[in-house]
Design a protein around this ligand. Structure first.
Ligand code: TYD
Length: 205
């Protein structure tokens, strides 16, 4: 039984390796006997997965509609999974969170950042992570890694779009230096997971 909870978020552009690192972190926590919950956004609940399919596989949506749909999925995840897990001292590892909406719908699609922030605050009951790892990489490099994979609506966006997403993340990281850690995502998977683990274990001590 853990003595402490923790809320850990991984963010980054497509192909930055954050889903792999989220899984590695969850496996490491489990191997150390630390109970944890790994979730991803959008998704993580039955309704959230349906909303995910609607957003990623459906038609083009206006950015405000997208914001509300991502936030609806997020609200389900927060209320049904994340809050109960934190309440029982579980470590929550979340692959994307509100910062994806700020970077994608705000910085890249041009929605007012205060609007995105306000909707996110309502959807999450203002629950903030203890740690955020930004796996930072030039989108031209990360897209090269994923070039053989089928592409969803966001992955089909231009490099300019993904550069704006990256810029948004870097602005967020620079203005929240206590919780955020920028990691060079071109480093090897082993090095990245060691950097993440060192910060996580320090938090849990
Ligand atoms: P996903 O396949 O989960 O991408 P990845 O494996 O890179 O995490 O698709 C999620 C897509 O949705 C991704 O392109 C980012 C985008 N997104 C937003 O635009 N806003 C959001 O709030 C979230 C959570 C995701």
């Amino acid at each position: 039984m853990n003595t402490k909870n923790a809320f850990i978020v991984l963010e980054g552009v497509e192909g930055s390796g954050k889903s792999t690192q989220s899984q590695l972190l969850s496996q490491k926590l489990s191997s150390e006997g630390i109970s944890n919950l790994l979730v991803r956004e959008p998704g993580g609940t039955d309704t959230g997965e349906k909303i995910r399919a609607l957003i990623l596989e459906g038609y083009e949506l206006n950015p405000l509609t997208e914001l509300f749909l991502f936030s609806a999925a997020r609200s389900e995840l927060i209320q049904n999974e994340i809050i109960p897990a934190l309440d029982s001292n579980t470590v929550v590892v979340c692959d994307r969170y509100i910062y994806s909406s700020i970077a994608y719908q705000g910085y890249a699609k041009g929605l007012n950042l205060d609007t995105v922030g306000e909707v996110n605050s309502i959807a999450t009951s203002r629950i903030s992570p203890d740690l955020v790892f930004l796996l930072d990489i030039n989108p031209e490099v990360s897209f090269e890694r994923k070039k053989a994979d089928p592409k969803d609506r966001f992955e089909k966006e231009s490099i300019t779009f993904h550069n704006s997403v990256r810029k948004g993340y870097l602005c967020l990281a620079k203005s929240n230096q206590n919780a955020w850690h920028i990691i060079d995502a071109e480093k090897s998977s082993g090095i990245i997971s060691a950097i993440i683990w060192e910060k996580v274990i320090t938090l849990l001590k």
